[in-house]
Design a protein around this ligand. Structure first.
Ligand SMILES: Cc1cc2nc3c(=O)[nH]c(=O)nc-3n(C[C@H](O)[C@H](O)[C@H](O)COP(=O)(O)O)c2cc1C
Length: 512
């Protein structure tokens, strides 16, 4: 049995002393070295290099600007990647956010969410126009169930081959999926039928058409396990290895110029989870839920407070506004809000009746008095106003198809419930829709008793640094443990650290 001795005489149990123990120790007279990990090598540093980052750490998009301009900037300041939450926002709002990010970040990288909008291809086409026009070089593509023309156009327009044969990509995609069959689509070149159509329409030229067949749609693919919002609730420990194996197969099959990478998302809000994902082979980490709880997130203090109190049993799956008719669900908070129950009721009514006029009087009354707080006819007029700007074809469709009209009206409640939460509209607290994953509960437990327990101290960059730093420390602790050296007290080193202390450690080269 090895005996642990320390070079520096450890008198107390202060964190500093424990840190020293990790740095200098000898076993049976021999100094054993477990090198400090440099956080910039944590994961696959080629991810950071390709995207011009310091660390392979990303804050995923959060709809309706919850991943706000401020949040994306906070990420960039630390050398992380942030993706602006463009989903659900009008094009003008997205354009304003891009302008502000480009003005303030200069050459620093940021991404914008390119979300799939099934049944509304116009929205994707307009977003693609805007992203190309504004020269946005990186998107996080999510919710795709098939590859669309707009997404392909974003990726392949402007592809070139340099004189040395190297392919130059003006725009890149970080895809986010939860299923291997979708990963295959992103790691393959764009579908030939779509490339042919773009060529025959004169959107791309024959060079772009040819080069596009030699690059994947996305080199970077985030595997999203059980997370806040849209999720298949899969465990990361099973999904990540499958994606890593698939990545190897795809690399062998296609032999691209540049490597493919797998990022890990879903449940990452503690150093323990971060270390697990990186040890399994994730090239980069993606967080979501935990950033929503931070000060820079485009949400309300009401929501931040609810998130700070969240425990594992406070979550539930509820119908999603964007894919309501298909019965798609997403993970939300159930504690302190009636939203999940009301959204479920709306879905059941939608399934049971052909149109609004057929709703039983008692149900109609509940909807008008409590959910909508207006007549369903007024709710339809308001829904129409919303779609007049966003996608007028929906109004035409709804006027022909009363079931579709019912879906649009019901979806308007689901859509607004997110806005009420984000704005902190207190008279609608009972209807708040807050997307949240189990990561939140894990984070709250980890943060308990530390400075990060205080809601006002939760800043996204500082949280990210703490997660990476904690995981680097934990890695060393585990390395020692697997050599037979164990000291329970060391675990405390992976607790959140005060900001000034953490920054000074990083500046002085420890793990930095
Ligand atoms: C409030 C919220 C909104 C989200 N909105 C989007 C979105 O619009 N687009 C997207 O790609 N992912 C969205 N996500 C997923 C995150 O980008 C991220 O992949 C996920 O939250 C990671 O898992 P975690 O919640 O366990 O950290 C959202 C997540 C949350 C919590």
């Amino acid at each position: 049995m090895s005996e642990l001795l320390t070079e520096s005489s450890v008198t107390g149990e202060s964190l500093q002393a424990l840190h020293r123990e990790l740095d200098f120790y000898t076993v049976e007279g021999q100094r054993i070295v477990v090198p400090a990990i440099h956080m910039k090598n944590w994961g696959d540093s080629s991810f950071a290099e390709m995207h011009g980052l310091r660390y392979s750490y990303m804050a995923g998009s959060m709809a309706h600007g919850i991943s706000s301009v401020a949040l994306v900037k906070a990420m960039a300041i630390e050398g992380f990647l942030g993706s602006f939450g463009a989903a659900g926002l009008g094009l003008h709002a997205v354009a304003r956010a891009i302008d502000e990010l480009q003005r303030d970040l200069g050459e620093q990288t940021f991404a914008v969410n390119f979300i799939h909008t099934p049944g509304e291809p116009l929205i994707e086409e307009r977003l693609c126009d805007l992203l190309i026009q504004k020269n946005v070089r990186l998107v996080e593509a999510s919710a795709f169930m098939r590859i669309t023309k707009a997404l392909v156009r974003y990726r392949v327009k402007g592809l070139q081959k340099a004189s040395d044969g190297r392919i130059v990509s003006p725009r890149r995609i970080i895809a986010k999926v939860s299923r291997t069959e979708l990963a295959k689509l992103f790691w393959a070149p764009a579908p030939l039928a779509i490339l042919d159509a773009l060529l025959s329409e004169g959107v791309i030229d024959s060079k772009e058409h040819a080069i596009a067949q030699t690059v994947p749609l996305a080199n970077d693919l985030t595997v999203e396990a059980d997370s806040g919002g849209h999720t298949d609730n899969r465990p990361l420990v099973t999904l990540l290895p499958q994606m890593l194996l698939l990545k190897n197969e795809m690399e062998a099959a296609y032999r691209y110029q540049e490597p493919l990478r797998v990022g890990a998302a879903g449940g990452i809000a503690t150093p323990h989870a971060a270390l697990a994902a990186l040890s399994m082979g994730a090239s980069y980490l993606v967080t979501g839920t935990v950033n929503q709880a931070c000060q820079e997130a485009g949400t309300s203090d009401d929501v931040r407070k609810m998130l700070a109190e969240t425990q594992q049993s406070d979550l539930i799956m509820a119908p999603a506004a964007d894919m309501f008719e298909m019965g798609v669900k997403l993970q939300v908070l159930k504690r302190g809000t009636m939203f999940p129950m009301r959204a479920q009721k709306l879905y059941e009514l939608y399934r049971a009746y052909p149109d609004i006029d057929s709703l039983p009087d008692k149900d109609r009354k509940i909807l008008e008095d409590t959910y909508f707080r207006m007549s369903l006819e007024t709710a339809w007029q308001e829904t129409k106003r919303f779609f007049a700007e966003r996608d007028p074809t929906q109004i035409t469709l709804a006027e022909k198809n009363p079931k579709h009209k019912m879906a649009l009206v019901f979806r308007s409640y689901l859509g607004q419930s997110s806005h009420w939460a984000n704005r902190g509209q207190s008279d609608r607290k009972i209807d708040y829709q807050v997307w949240c994953g189990p990561a939140m509960a894990a984070f709250n437990d980890w943060a308990r008793g530390s400075v990060l327990e205080t809601v006002s101290e939760r800043k996204a960059g500082y949280v990210g640094l703490n997660l990476l730093y904690g995981s680097a420390i934990l890695h060393r602790i585990r390395s020692l443990q697997f050599q037979g050296l164990k000291r329970p007290e060391w675990e405390a080193l992976a607790k959140p650290m005060a900001e000034a202390k953490l920054r000074s450690l990083l500046e002085n080269g420890r793990h930095g």
